[in-house]
Structures are given as C-alpha cells and as structure tokens.
Design a protein around this ligand. Structure first.
Ligand SMILES: Nc1ncnc2c1ncn2[C@@H]1O[C@H](COP(=O)(O)OP(=O)(O)OP(=O)(O)O)[C@@H](O)[C@H]1O
Ligand SMILES: [Mg+2]
Length: 276
C-alpha cells in the first residue's frame, strides 16, 4: 500500500531510477528480526534538497529504516536506491561506492571515545583518501570542526571532555567530513536543552542551505519538525503512512498523527507558529 502521501506528495509516480529528483527511493521494503516484523511493504521518496523529518513512536523502526537505506541492515524484501545506485542490489559493503557521498550522525553520536574530535573527523577521510597528506588531513578536519560552530580548541578534546551538545556537533563534523550530498541524522537534538536544540536546528538548516544538502532527519522533537523540516514522513503500522508538510498532515484523519501534532506538546510547538 502506498502511503496516504501520494495525494500529498509527488503526484504521478516516478519510476525507480529518477535519482535527479529523488536521491532516496524506497519501494516495498520489509525488515524483520526473526519473527518480529519491523517494516512491511514500506515506500518512501526523499526529494533532492529537502529536509525530510521522519517521525513515529519509539520502536516503530525509524533507525532500522535509516540503517537499511545506508546499507547496514539487509532487508528481507524490497528495493532501495540512493543517488541512483541500488543499495539492496549491492553484493557487499565494498560494492556501495557511493558511501562517500553521504554522512551519518547516528543516534547517540557514536564517536570513537579514544580519539580526539579532530581524529574522529579524520576517520572517514583516511578511509576514503588513504594517500592524503597528514597536514592537509588535519586542516580539513579542523575546518569541519569549525563549520559546526565548535570552538577551535574543541578539536583536541576527547568526547568525554565535551558536553552533550558539543558531542552532537563533533558527530556532525564527522558526518560532513567527505562533503556529502546526503546527510542522515538520527535524533540530533535528543538530550539537548531547548536553547541548544534550537541552535542545532539552525546549524542544520544553515548547513543544508549553504551546502545544498538533502537531509533525512529522524526526530521526536516537535520544534525541530516545525522549524526546519520541509516535509515530514510518519512511520506507523510498519510503513510510512503519510508524507507531507505539517499542515497537510494535520488535515489527515489518522489518530496517531492527530494525537502527535495536536497533543499538548504538539499544540505548544504549533502555537508559536500560529498553526493551532
Ligand atoms: N539488531 C536488532 N536485532 C533485533 N531487533 C532489533 C535490532 N535493531 C532493532 N530492532 C528492533 O526493531 C524495532 C525498531 O527499532 P528502531 O531502533 O528502528 O526503533 P526506532 O523507531 O528508531 O525507536 P526510537 O525512537 O526509540 O529510537 C525495535 O523493536 C527494536 O527492538
Ligand atoms: Mg531510533
């Protein structure tokens, strides 16, 4: 079943392969762990240049979806194309040549605790450009650290010496290391205070506009959804049940969507923007 979407989203369906307009295309995706089915026939298109928010209750499979799109989770069925390359058709990890064209900020940051911030940022650079001069490597990594708004001296620090917000920025610097076209962010503002979260939202929006990124952004943060997401995809019932702008989603008669956006927190986030 196609998500409620189509009326809200892309009009006539473009076939798989239209990477120019849809850098991420997912069709009929199924993921299961043993007998436990996480996704069943899930479809999703991400448009070039948008920030797509991905929401859904805890455990609905948002992180698993992201992992499947970047080739870290092998689906039981379905097809995934990223930037025109089939992820589901890849024989192995090495077969996914476009890995260097996306950056990922995993839920929880996933920084290497024994490496400094700059060394963390250097990891993907070393992997994809092993012959790069050490001085240039350090310069690029340092530049990425500054891009995320961290102070210059943060580069030499270890993750344990940073605040939660600084760790998120360090993770973002690593995700940006290879000048990606696509950015995957899994709950980037979780655990940040509201001011820190708002600053991080603006950082993401600023980078997305400056660098022309397409962003796949998993979040529970209603302020983030309202503030920076162009569209929102809703995961429920093992698939994407709807994709659209928040006003478009609000017009849908789905209990989870109504409760999510019109519950007390949803109303608070919307009232600031006069949507309630
Ligand atoms: N490697 C795994 N092995 C077994 N089950 C898994 C594995 N990874 C995820 N799951 C299960 O798949 C379901 C979806 O997990 P996922 O992490 O995608 O949820 P989520 O929507 O990201 O939740 P949250 O909002 O809490 O981060 C959960 O029930 C989880 O327990
Ligand atoms: Mg998750």
């Amino acid at each position: 079943m196609r998500p409620i979407e189509a009326s809200l989203a892309d009009g006539p369906e473009a076939p798989l392969g239209e990477a120019k307009h849809f850098p991420i295309r997912v069709r009929g995706l199924c993921n299961a762990f043993g007998d436990y089915v996480v996704h069943d026939n899930l479809d999703l298109d991400v448009r070039r240049g948008e920030i797509l928010g991905v929401v859904g209750g805890s455990g609905t499979g948002k992180s698993v979806l992201m992992r499947a799109i970047i080739g870290l989770q092998i689906p039981t069925a379905g097809s995934i194309e990223v930037l025109g390359q089939s992820i589901t058709g890849a024989r192995d990890d090495a077969d996914i040549a476009i890995r260097c064209r996306w950056g990922v900020l995993f839920q929880g940051g996933a920084l290497f605790s024994t490496l400094s911030v700059v060394e963390n940022v250097e990891v993907p650079l070393r992997k994809f450009y092993p012959a790069i001069e050490p001085a240039l490597l350090a310069e690029i990594a340092h530049y990425k650290v500054l891009m995320t708004g961290l102070p210059s001296d943060a580069g030499a620090k270890f993750p344990s010496e940073l605040s939660g917000g600084m760790r998120k920025r360090a993770g973002l610097a690593r995700a940006l290391a290879l000048d990606p076209e696509l950015l995957f962010l899994d709950e980037p503002t979780a655990g940040l205070d509201p001011i820190g979260a708002a600053a991080f939202d603006q950082l993401i929006r600023g980078l997305q506009q400056t660098l022309g990124l397409t962003v796949f952004l998993i979040t529970h943060d209603l302020d983030t959804l309202h503030e920076i997401c162009d569209r929102v995809a809703v995961l429920a019932d093992k698939r994407v049940i709807a994709v659209g702008t928040i006003p478009e989603l609000l017009a849908l008669d789905h209990p989870w969507i109504q409760q999510y956006f019109k519950g007390p927190r949803g109303r608070a986030a919307a009232s600031i923007r006069h949507l309630d």
